[in-house]
Write a protein that binds this ligand. Sequence first.
Ligand SMILES: NC(=O)c1ccc[n+]([C@@H]2O[C@H](COP(=O)([O-])OP(=O)(O)OC[C@H]3O[C@@H](n4cnc5c(N)ncnc54)[C@H](O)[C@@H]3O)[C@@H](O)[C@H]2O)c1
Ligand SMILES: N[C@@H](CCC(=O)N[C@@H](CSCO)C(=O)NCC(=O)O)C(=O)O
Ligand SMILES: [Zn+2]
Ligand SMILES: [Zn+2]
Length: 380
Amino acid sequence: MASTQGQVITCKAAVAWEANKPLVIEDVQVAPPQAGEVRIKILYTALCHTDAYTWSGKDPEGLFPCILGHEAAGVVESVGEGVTEVQPGDHVIPCYQAECRECKFCKSGKTNLCGKVRSATGVGLMLSDMKSRFSIGGKPIYHFMGTSTFSQYTVVHDVSVAKIDPEAPLEKVCLLGCGVPTGLGAVWNTARVEPGSIVAVFGLGTVGLAVAEGAKTAGASRIIGVDIDSKKFEVAKNFGVTEFVNPKDYDKPIQQVLVDLTDGGVDYSFECIGNVGVMRAALECCHKGWGTSVIVGVAASGQEISTRPFQLVTGRVWKGTAFGGFKSRSQVPWLVEKYMKKEIKVDEYITHSLTLGEINKAFDLMHEGGCLRCVLEMHV
Ligand SMILES: NC(=O)c1ccc[n+]([C@@H]2O[C@H](COP(=O)([O-])OP(=O)(O)OC[C@H]3O[C@@H](n4cnc5c(N)ncnc54)[C@H](O)[C@@H]3O)[C@@H](O)[C@H]2O)c1
Ligand SMILES: N[C@@H](CCC(=O)N[C@@H](CSCO)C(=O)NCC(=O)O)C(=O)O
Ligand SMILES: [Zn+2]
Ligand SMILES: [Zn+2]
């Protein structure tokens, strides 16, 4: 096959032309990678609720038209000047949370956030020239989260590419681009749950179930799953949830229910929904003196959290996590290895498999209780 290196590639991509309007499969021109960039042939992508959130128009960084998608795996097609850590043919996972290893954030040892390309990815562009590599008939289409994986080919910054084991099944490990690491890392890195802890997980979607899985491996003694959909409990048991609470079954506030169930409150709670009212409940169900609550869910523009400051004065701690605190380029390959050694689940989160052409159906499925992750095959 003739090399595409240095050429514009025309391929299929799902374009979000406007908020909330069905995505349209278009022929998109993908420019070659510039210095410090990598063009990736995306083979599989999953859908995450953050894609739906931005598509809904509620994300203050949401720009249209754009190509959404950030949980994927593929193969490097070509690299720009100066790219040394990956080469054509490498199997990779694009990472929305970059890791340059040089910026103030990366060198701090205190966070997985990286500042190198964030200003460009937040406005849907590439850093070197603040332009997009996607266009249709000359009209630029915005990137999304520095990944745009709902395209058969995408261009990303080199600091946003994790090179992984070529033996790893890409149709599975694409999930290690977002939801599963976020839940596991919220427990292992952000909260640092100790053995014997009592944990509450609000929201039992993929992220909440990964929190439960992480808490189980951390040795939590009780893992209380909270969801308004009782059907979630059966599946949640397989991920380590030991008890289930549906707020709809109680007249009193859910934080009080949990405090009563746990002799004063839980040691750790995790909000995996994106609902600011639930974030408050998750903080307030924590034990006085030490209980820590981690916000994982993404809430819409304009939403704010609140509680009585007394909740913090009396020792509860409120935290948040992005990508579970994992350093992407360094630790995504490690997570892939853990999956290969069967030390973490991935397959169990995949409930549906469709094609790129069926992406709108995949978004519909996401809103149904039975769907955790839907993986799209990109080249059929
Ligand atoms: N911080 C990060 O890095 C990061 C990464 C990935 C996803 N997220 C966010 O995490 C959240 C969860 O993602 P997901 O893919 O698991 O979502 P999901 O929609 O699959 O799961 C949410 C669950 O919450 C339940 N729920 C809804 N309202 C509820 C309520 N009031 N009380 C209790 N349960 C309720 C739903 O029934 C569902 O089971 C989203 O907001 C997503 O954007 C954040
Ligand atoms: N543009 C959004 C940001 C929402 C957000 O917090 N995103 C998470 C990842 S969600 C993945 O599914 C994140 O990593 N945040 C850190 C960052 O964006 O740098 C908004 O403004 O609401
Ligand atoms: Zn995500
Ligand atoms: Zn950095």
